[in-house]
Ligand binder design. Structure first.
Ligand code: ADP
Ligand code: NG1
Ligand code: MG
Length: 485
């Protein structure tokens, strides 16, 4: 079979004739007294496996979901940006715009929580860095999102990425997929979180009907053939967690950095004062992931490390340690869990490899994808499903115990799934948000009915009809698109 050559060009299509677009057109007119000239759509994602390892440099395995952020946009003859949201809980925001990215300030509210438009400003700041132009067009943007926010399905990166793409397109330019994915990964950090780039990568590199094996440095996405019988079911835990509003996320990032630095130093790797990731240490030592697990146990055996302990090992004073390795919102931390975090990362990285191998890296394993069935030819899918499922269950256990980023509601859904023989894990950063279950096709109805009954109705005490919106089947969707007239 001839394989399609993968294009690095963002898809530009004609504006589709859908109810959602018509509604957005009407609302745009009410707001701005004119019609939008183009639309940009960027999907959310569900990460199947490989959690909290992208910022350590390890590959991850997400797929885009159907839910997205859609922007109706118009270029204006004025140096201003007008931001509006269909959901009125997201307040209006207007600013003047120059061609200098440094003029864009991104500050949270007085409680440290980002405003919704901070994510938009991240995208626009990144766009200005990319454009490097004298004259910049102003824009009017109207947003409509249907990705559950703060729920591990990457609403934030869809918002940053859509804003960045729409702003660049408004200046008559179109970046390629990999350059804008890297640009948006960097730009989202202006909101305060030190993310690894998975979300922006899948937002642009996703393909319909395939999950992707994403590698970093250099950024690449390779399609993964999932067993024909596999259905991914997402369930919302009803707990939200905004990752930029607390230091939980960045704490994990810096704990991994410190663990990497200590292993590097104790193994005699010279890396000066530079930040080194857990994957870079592995590469420099030319060890397997299993060997890295042993090195973690050897070099960072304690349950807790104080700031003083770490300064001593790294041979730096506290001020230098804070400036070199910590972020603004983690400088005040006094104790760190290094062994637990590094063990999770190396073991999770191994699970991603095992998952991908179990799926088969077959060059022509995508024969039935055209009709929407995720398929893998000639394999014993039942057995494969079991292997994949077990890896997902192990991933959840590790995120719960070693990484401490689960939530009692997430654990509850995982436990109910287990009783049904379905493997399930939290997806995204955690502390709330969603689970993803690997469900055999013939069990999907029973599975969703049981989650609705036992979790939403019995445990959370919510109405059955209302509960149905919180659990859904998802198939791999398309990456970012531009719609023009
Ligand atoms: P996620 O796991 O969904 O990426 P984050 O905590 O990273 O969660 O980001 C969630 C934040 O993104 C929300 O608190 C909100 O500020 C912003 N956001 C998400 N969806 C929308 C939307 N449709 N419109 C405006 N802002 C949104
Ligand atoms: P969510 O939970 O969707 O915001 C975050 C990070 C990812 C990755 C996952 C955990 C950002 C933009 N996203 O995703 O890079 O680290 O957590 O695997 O920081
Ligand atoms: Mg996010």
């Amino acid at each position: 079979m001839d394989r399609e050559i993968k294009s690095n060009a963002i898809t530009v299509a004609n504006v589709p004739n859908t109810d959602r677009i018509s509604r957005l057109n009407e609302l745009f007119f009410v707001e701005f007294k004119c019609s939008p000239s183009f639309f940009v759509k960027v999907p959310g994602r569900v990460n199947i496996i490989g959690e909290h390892i992208d910022y350590c440099g390890y590959p991850v395995l997400p797929m885009a979901i159907e839910q997205d952020i859609l922007i109706a946009a118009r270029v204006i003859n004025e140096s201003k940006i007008y931001l509006r949201n269909v959901d009125t809980k997201y307040t209006k925001y207007d600013i003047n715009i120059t061609n200098n990215s440094e003029d864009i300030e991104i500050k949270p509210d007085t409680n440290g929580k980002p405003f919704w438009y901070n994510y938009v400003l991240c995208g626009i700041k990144g766009a200005l860095e990319y454009l490097n132009k004298d004259n910049i067009n102003g824009v009017q943007f109207l947003f409509h999102g249907n990705i559950p926010p703060a729920s591990g399905l990457s609403s934030s990166s869809a918002l940053v990425s859509a804003s960045c793409l729409a702003f660049i397109y408004a200046q008559n330019e179109i970046p390629n997929k990999t350059e804008i994915a890297s640009l948006c990964a960097k730009s989202e950090r202006y909101v305060g979180t030190q993310g690894g780039g998975m979300d922006q990568a899948i937002a642009f590199l996703a393909e319909k009907y395939n999950a992707q094996y994403i590698t970093f440095k250099p950024l690449n996405a390779a399609p993964v053939a999932l067993p024909e019988d596999a259905v991914f079911v997402v369930a919302h835990s009803l707990a939200e967690m905004n990752k930029a509003a607390t230091n939980d996320y960045n704490r994990r990032v810096i704990e991994c950095r410190l663990a990497a630095k200590i292993i590097a130093i104790l193994e005699g790797i010279s890396c000066d004062n530079n930040i080194i990731t857990l994957s870079e240490v592995q590469i420099k030592l030319a060890k397997s992931l299993e060997e890295m697990v042993n090195l973690v146990k050897k070099h960072i055996p304690n349950e807790i490390y104080t700031k003083q302990d770490i300064c001593k090992i790294l041979n730096v004073n506290q001020e230098k340690m804070e400036n070199l390795y910590l972020t603004a919102n983690t400088k005040s931390l006094q104790e760190f869990k290094l062994k637990q975090r590094a063990l999770h990362v190396y073991e999770e990285a191994k699970r991603v490899e095992d998952f991908r191998n179990a799926c088969g890296q077959s060059e022509n394993g995508f024969a039935n994808t055209l009709n929407g069935n995720i398929s893998q030819n000639g394999k014993n899918t039942n057995n494969t499903l079991n292997v994949l499922g077990k890896l997902m269950s192990e991933s959840h256990e590790s995120l719960k115990t070693l990484y401490e980023c689960s939530h009692e509601n997430l654990d509850r859904i995982v436990d109910i799934s287990k009783e049904l023989g379905v493997h399930c894990r939290l997806t995204g950063a955690g502390w709330g948000g969603c689970t993803v279950a690997l469900c055999p096709k013939d069990k999907v109805q029973e599975y969703t009915d049981t989650i609705i009954e036992k979790f939403y109705v019995n445990y959370c005490r919510i109405d059955k009809t209302k509960a149905k919106q919180y659990v859904f089947v998802t198939i791999p969707s398309h990456g970012a698109m531009i719609y023009k007239y």
